[in-house]
Design a protein around this ligand. Structure first.
Ligand SMILES: *[C@@H]1O[C@H](CO)[C@@H](O)[C@H](O)[C@H]1NC(C)=O
Ligand SMILES: *[C@@H]1O[C@H](CO)[C@@H](O)[C@H](O)[C@H]1NC(C)=O
Ligand SMILES: *[C@@H]1O[C@H](CO)[C@@H](O)[C@H](O)[C@H]1NC(C)=O
Ligand SMILES: [Zn+2]
Length: 490
């Protein structure tokens, strides 16, 4: 009897051994925060080992590894060089670059167009999004000359695609990043300021936050797995209870989420979620979510899309999942152009773009105009009446009533300065070095034609003034070397 027990025990130990070794390789032996560049190799070794051995690793078969993905993205921008570029927004804990593809007829060039971003693989063990985003990129590249929807997107939107926000989590095959932090709980929260410690924030989260400071996105979507539903803000409630917690743009978000679910093969047929959409907090409240932060601080309308019931399905299902989500992804991006109110804000005194902001009466949410062209893009529900208010500091606000029919509307605003004392205006145009070239030309022409003598006297005076000013500036600079004020030179 004892012998049999001993034999059973020994054989059990032997049979568990391979999986124990395999699990050990999941964890970096380095303390958190250190860069472990060997992970790609160890996971590859693990992969090779496991492909022969166990069933756990079979799930990765047919999926791109992180290096496969990087290669695929670089190959993509080579193939599609005139409508795309690649750039990195930062690095993961393990030092993997967070690559982004931008698709546009003028990639990397500022235009008066809305920008949309797709983020995949926020959770390491939800890899469907990163695969679909590469399929989406390739489909747009292959079809933008012949398909109207693809062309519309390329010509009128700047589409930014981050297939993997969490490459470390992917290689570790787990939800969190290398420090085992859930990145969709790592953003500053509006109700519970638990994540306000900048030093403790994960590098992947910080990368997204500084990305939003550089690019003004109109809308975005992150792709997840484990359910089939389009989720919209708020994700959290003030009292931590689970119930519908509407954000100011509830109607707008319901509309955008429905664009996704209704274009999907079966999302809107959901038995669990009516119409295939849900308010985040009505499903289950979470705090530190990316979508709430985007809406509040990024002025960006973000959805959280759960695109497959199975978090990590067999790779054979990827082409089907792509077919099911393809029109949804395209229509959501295209809705930025096909719906809502758009336009630019100008100043009436200089005629130049005025980066002000847009508010819709009754909706407590501001949309900022672009810094360069002062273009604004404001998603709204079609078929409704709105009061659009444009404002900018030191300018009088302007209001207009619109009725948004089937299509998008363009409304440009020209704002008048609030108080215009003569001196103020004169000062502004004299000090303004980027003053419109047309009017500068007219000024010179005026002098040249009728006041040649005045012109010469002016030149002499200005030259000597410049000389004096330079000398003074030089001595001032020497004096104030340490002073931060030295950059103020008019
Ligand atoms: C992987 O291992 C090879 C040699 O085995 C080495 O040359 C390479 O630099 C390693 N790559 C990484 C990312 O550590
Ligand atoms: C991209 O390049 C192809 C071939 O050179 C050209 O036919 C096409 O018009 C270009 N597309 C854009 C958007 O510039
Ligand atoms: C509008 O929203 C801000 C926060 O974004 C809040 O402080 C303010 O009280 C709100 N105003 C109204 C009228 O609800
Ligand atoms: Zn997820």
């Amino acid at each position: 009897m004892k012998l049999i027990f001993a034999l059973v025990f020994i054989s059990l130990c032997l049979s568990f051994l391979p999986s124990l070794i395999a699990r050990g390789a999941y964890h970096s032996s380095l303390p958190s925060g250190f860069t472990d560049y060997s992970y790609a190799n160890s996971s590859r070794r693990l992969l090779e080992y496991k492909q022969a051995q166990s069933s756990v690793v079979d799930i990765t078969r047919g999926y791109m590894t992180n290096s496969d993905l990087e290669r695929a993205m670089k190959a993509f921008v080579q193939k599609c060089s005139n409508i795309s570029r690649i750039y990195s927004i930062g690095k993961s804990v393990y030092g993997f670059p967070l690559w982004v593809i931008e698709i546009s007829d003028k990639p990397g060039v500022e235009e008066a167009e809305p920008a949309f971003k797709f983020i995949g693989n926020v959770h390491g063990d939800e890899p469907v999004g990163r695969e679909l985003l590469m399929l989406l990129s390739n489909w747009i590249c292959d079809n933008h000359m012949k398909n109207p929807l693809a062309r519309l997107i390329v010509e009128n939107v700047h589409l930014h695609i981050l297939p993997s926000m969490n490459p470390d989590g992917f290689s570790l095959r787990r939800r969190g990043n290398a420090n085992n932090i859930d990145l969709n709980r790592d953003f500053p929260d509006q109700f519970f300021p638990v994540n306000d410690d900048v030093g403790a924030r994960q590098p992947e989260t910080r990368a997204i936050m500084s990305w939003l400071r550089k690019i003004q996105f109109t809308a975005s979507a992150s792709l997840h797995g484990g359910a089939l539903v389009a989720n919209y803000p708020w994700d959290g409630t003030e009292d931590k209870r689970r119930n519908y917690y509407a954000c100011p743009d509830d109607q707008t978000f319901r509309y955008m989420a429905s664009v996704y679910s209704r274009s999907h093969r079966n999302m809107y047929l959901s038995k669990e979620f009516q119409g295939g959409i849900t308010n985040g907090a009505a499903w289950y409240p979470i705090y530190g979510a990316m979508q709430d932060w985007n809406y509040i601080h990024g002025y960006c309308f973000e959805l959280t899309l759960e695109i497959s019931d199975n978090k990590w399905p067999n790779a054979k299902e990827l082409p089907i999942l792509w077919e099911y989500n393809k029109m949804s992804m395209l229509n959501l991006v295209a809705s930025l152009v096909k719906a809502g109110v758009h336009g630019r804000i100008f100043s009436s005194d200089t005629g130049r773009p005025l980066p002000g902001s847009i508010i819709i009466k009754g909706i407590n949410h501001t949309v900022k105009a672009g810094r360069v062209f002062a273009d604004y893009h404001r998603p709204l529900v079609q078929g409704e009446r709105y009061e659009v208010i444009a404002s900018a500091p030191q300018y009088k606000s302007k209001t207009t009533h619109i009725w948004l029919g089937e299509e998008a509307m363009t409304v440009d605003f020209i704002l008048d300065p609030e108080v215009t004392t003569e001196g103020n205006n004169l000062l502004r145009s004299v000090c303004d070095c980027t003053y419109g070239s047309k009017s500068r030309f007219a000024f010179v022409e005026f002098l040249w034609r009728d006041h040649l003598e005045v012109y010469f006297v002016l030149i002499v005076i200005l030259t000597s003034l410049c000389f004096l000013l330079k000398r003074r500036l030089k001595s001032n600079l020497m004096k104030h070397r340490q002073s931060p004020k030295r950059s103020v030179m008019i």
